[in-house]
Each structure stands twice: as structure tokens, then as C-alpha cells.
Design a protein around this ligand. Structure first.
Ligand code: NDP
Ligand code: 2IT
Length: 444
């Protein structure tokens, strides 16, 4: 494989998809050596078959708002690769959603799911619909309209969606309800469902908790204790909230959180009571992070990201490309020694290079945030056997999966000088399993 050529072909065939190109380039650069050790891969043109999604569905979603006006949005589902199991991955509702973003997410998901040790392929879907400022009824009508198109492409053994940005328990509930009505089956073709109808304990917590479990594994390699470490978290949604919750229980000090308007800096640290305020603010009131600063009298910076604040550890948990080269240099200059990604591809290629060159502990999203989809996999298992496991049992399984992912990254990412390149480790480990499964199943 010649990475340059593969990439230029991809850019020619799929122009104007920068996030997709970025995700593919990062993976190809790191798997090139391993790939070229296997001439049989090249013979079967594995690389193109792995980069280009199996299929992409695009559809119009029409719904009626509270004023009686007819609205249209775009809907998408990318079925990227099902070599190791049914397509699996979240649904994103955000005004920025387009094909490029969903293709990057579905591509990443394929490697992430491979790392989880569970039998799941990769997929992603979404819409440029924004739930922000919409009433419950509007969100419900939109979800129902979205699923009247999506339902025929998904199923418990083919493609199992879940949540992502803008899609939480409320949206999954509405989508699953409509799916069930259309498909006349009730075996759990969505994960992140409510506990009353097939959801798994610990699924809401799983991405954030999993990221902290992964961070603990990284810190262990250096003999560093998490207690009293200062952590900068971005975002204030599902992933950020449970990241902070787990960090607090371990005695770390979290000083920042953010949303798309700005960030708060609380030098005293966010405690349990302040975190409860954020859960209520974001999940019930659906308010802005600025209101935290107003309530607790701390600093709020409009239109900025938290990476200039001094911290030991950074856990980006909002969105893609939220740490650029300058942010990475600011973090390093302030003494940050670990970055563990809750979001998908939050660091630009320049930022990733800064972290790797500085040889800090740096975990890419596809390893560090795999806890969410892992517990989704466990939800699928519980649905299949028609049982539900206890909180302890699911949490135990999540912890052991995160340890296993860390071990896989170490296996393929440890360099001669002992530094663990988790980017390379995660990409090669994720790739090898999918590649072997594809080879065994013939040219498809
Ligand atoms: P939520 O919608 O619950 O929260 C998203 C948070 O990020 C909000 O605080 C939101 O602010 C902020 N945000 C969203 N878009 C932007 C943007 N363009 N610029 C700045 N801030 C932004 O989503 P999740 O917590 O579920 O997802 C966060 C990240 O984690 C995403 O990258 C997602 O792909 C990833 N992820 C999620 C998993 C899950 O299980 N949910 C699993 C693995 C990864 P605002 O309120 O202003 O919109
Ligand atoms: O990016 C992700 O891994 C998710 N949004 C969760 C996917 C899932 O199927 O649980």
C-alpha cells in the first residue's frame, strides 16, 4: 500500500469530505508497516474495501413544528463494515451533521468496535436536525419521522443504532418506539434504551466511566495516582458528565467544563453538589454552561475552549477537532502529561503530533471512549438472552474490557524506548482483527 496514492484516490472520488479524509489518513499512516507485512492483504485490495463504506443511506425527513410549519432535514445511515458483527454505532443530531462527519465516525467506529472484543461491525447515522430549543413534542415528531425512513435498514442482526451528540435516552426512546411499531418486533434494535424496556444498567455512564478506567490504566504504567490531579474536561453532555462523576469519586479535581458557547473555569473544583447542578441544567432544564458560572461565581469564557487553563490531565469530551495545534502546545506548556479522549477525533492531526512528540500519555478516542459502545454490546447480549445483569456485573465487564483494550494498544504500540504509542497500538490492533475477518470471508 502506498498511503499517498490511496489518499489521493479517495479525495478524488469523495471530494469535500475533510473529516473523512482526516480519519482515514490517521489510520493508514499508522497501519502502513503492519499492512505491508501481509502481501495477501494487498492482493485482496483490503484497504479500499475497508475505507469505503459498504453502503450509505440518505433520506429526507419531513416533520411539523409546534407552529404548524412543515420542516425538512436530511437523514443518513452509514453501514461501514460488518466483517465481525452487525453494523453498530450511534446516531448524531446536530446542525453540523453531513456525510463527511458521519463517514469519519463510521470509519472510526469500525476499529473501535473491533477493539472492544465484542462481535460488532461499524456504522453511524444522524441528521442535521438540532434538538436545541425544540419542544419535547417536536423532538418526538422528528424522531418518529426519522425512523419511518430508517427502520427498513436496521434490525437486531443487521444494524443496531444508539445515541451520540444530541441523542440521549429521550431520543432513543422515541426512535425505538416508532421502530417497534414499523418493524413489528421487539428484540432491542437500539441500545441506550430505558431500563424499563430492555436498556442496560451503566449504559448512560459507560463512555465517561470507561474513559476514566482507560486513563487509570495509562497512569498505572507510570505509577501515577489520580488523586488530587487537576483535570480539564470539555463538553457538558453525557460523556463529560459521567467522566466528571467518576473522576470526583476517585479524588481528582475537575476545573473546567464547556458547551458550544464557551467554558467555565472553577479553580475550587467541581464538587458533587455542583455536578448535580450540571446534570439538572443540561439534562432537564436544557440550559447553558454559562449559568454554572453565574450560580457559583466563577470564570466563564465565551466563545473559547478550556485548553489554556493549567491542568495535569485533559479529557476532551465535546466534539471533533476541538484541540488544535496551539491548544496542544498550550496544554503541554502548562504541564499537562495525559490526554484521554472521550470525544471522537477531538484532536487535529497537528495536536496529535504534538502529544506524540512530547511523549505524554495520549489515548485516542477509538480506544479511550470505547466503553460506551462496549456496554451497548452488553445491552445487545442481555436483550438476546432476555435477562438483565446487575450494575456491578456490567461495571465489572466494562472495566475488564477497558483493560483489555489497553493491553491490545500496548501490544502493538510499545516502542523500543518503552513509550506506548496508543494511536498506533489502537489502529493496528483494531485493523488486524477486521482484516483477518475480511480475508476469511472472501472478496465481498
Ligand atoms: P451530548 O450531546 O450529550 O453532549 C455534547 C456536548 O458537547 C455538549 O456539551 C455540547 O454543547 C458540546 N458540543 C457539541 N458540539 C459542539 C461543537 N461543535 N463545539 C463545541 N461544543 C460542542 O453528546 P455526548 O456527550 O454523547 O458526545 C460527546 C462526544 O463523545 C462526541 O464526540 C461523541 O461522538 C463522543 N462519544 C459519545 C458516546 C456516547 O455513548 N454518547 C460514545 C463514544 C463517543 P451544546 O450543549 O452547546 O450543544
Ligand atoms: O461513538 C460511539 O461509540 C457512540 N456514540 C456509541 C455507539 C453505540 O453504539 O453505543
Amino acid at each position: 500500500m502506498e498511503v499517498k496514492k490511496v489518499l489521493s484516490d479517495l479525495k478524488r472520488r469523495f471530494p469535500n469530505e475533510p473529516e473523512y479524509h482526516q480519519a482515514v489518513e490517521e489510520v493508514l499512516m499508522t497501519i502502513e508497516d503492519e499492512y505491508n507485512k501481509h502481501p495477501e492483504f494487498e492482493k485482496y485490495n483490503l484497504i479500499e474495501r475497508l475505507c469505503i463504506p459498504d453502503r450509505v443511506f440518505t433520506f429526507r425527513v419531513t416533520w411539523v413544528d409546534d407552529k404548524g410549519q412543515v420542516q425538512t432535514n436530511m437523514g443518513y445511515r452509514i453501514q461501514h463494515n460488518n466483517a465481525i458483527g452487525p453494523y453498530k454505532g450511534g446516531i448524531r443530531f446536530h446542525s453540523s451533521v453531513n456525510l463527511s462527519i458521519l463517514k469519519f465516525l463510521a470509519f472510526e467506529q469500525t476499529f473501535k468496535n473491533s477493539l472492544t472484543t465484542l462481535p460488532m461491525g461499524g456504522g453511524k447515522g444522524g441528521s442535521d436536525f438540532s434538538p436545541r430549543g425544540k419542544s419535547d413534542m417536536e423532538v418526538m415528531r422528528f424522531c418518529q419521522a426519522f425512523v419511518t425512513e430508517l427502520w427498513r435498514h436496521i434490525g437486531p442482526q443487521t444494524d443496531v443504532p444508539a445515541g451520540d451528540i444530541g441523542v440521549g435516552g429521550r431520543e432513543v426512546g422515541y426512535m425505538y418506539g416508532m421502530y417497534k411499531k414499523m418493524a413489528l418486533e421487539n428484540t432491542g434494535t437500539f441500545t441506550g434504551k430505558g431500563l424499563e424496556f430492555g436498556g442496560s444498567l451503566v449504559r448512560p455512564e459507560a463512555t465517561g466511566y470507561g474513559n476514566v478506567y482507560f486513563l487509570l490504566e495509562m497512569l498505572k504504567t507510570k505509577g501515577i495516582d489520580i488523586k488530587d490531579k487537576v483535570v480539564a474536561v470539555s463538553g457538558s453532555g453525557n460523556v463529560a458528565q459521567y467522566t466528571v462523576k467518576k473522576l470526583l469519586s476517585l479524588g481528582a479535581k475537575v476545573v473546567t467544563m464547556s458547551d458550544s458557547n464557551g467554558y467555565i473555569y472553577d479553580p475550587d473544583g467541581i464538587d458533587e453538589e455542583k455536578l448535580a447542578f450540571i446534570f439538572n441544567l443540561k439534562n432537564i432544564q436544557r440550559g447553558r454552561i454559562r449559568e454554572y458560572a453565574e450560580k457559583y461565581g466563577c470564570k466563564y469564557v465565551e466563545g473559547a475552549r478550556p485548553w489554556n487553563e493549567k491542568c495535569d490531565i485533559a479529557m476532551p469530551s465535546a466534539t471533533q477537532n476541538e484541540i488544535d495545534g496551539d491548544d496542544a502546545r498550550a496544554l503541554l506548556a502548562n504541564g499537562c502529561f495525559a490526554v484521554s479522549e472521550g470525544a471522537n477525533m477531538p484532536s487535529t492531526p497537528e495536536a496529535v503530533n504534538e502529544f506524540l512528540n512530547a511523549k505524554i500519555l495520549y489515548a485516542p478516542g477509538k480506544a479511550a471512549n470505547a466503553g460506551g459502545v462496549s456496554v451497548s454490546g452488553l445491552e445487545m447480549t442481555q436483550n438476546s438472552i432476555k435477562l438483565s445483569w446487575s450494575r456491578e456485573e456490567v461495571d465489572q465487564k466494562l472495566q475488564s474490557i477497558m483493560k483489555d483494550i489497553h493491553a491490545q494498544c500496548t501490544l502493538y504500540g510499545k516502542q523500543e524506548d518503552g513509550y506506548i504509542n496508543y494511536v498506533k497500538g489502537a489502529n493496528v490492533a483494531g485493523f488486524m482483527k477486521v482484516a483477518k475477518a475480511m480475508m476469511a470471508q472472501g472478496v465481498l
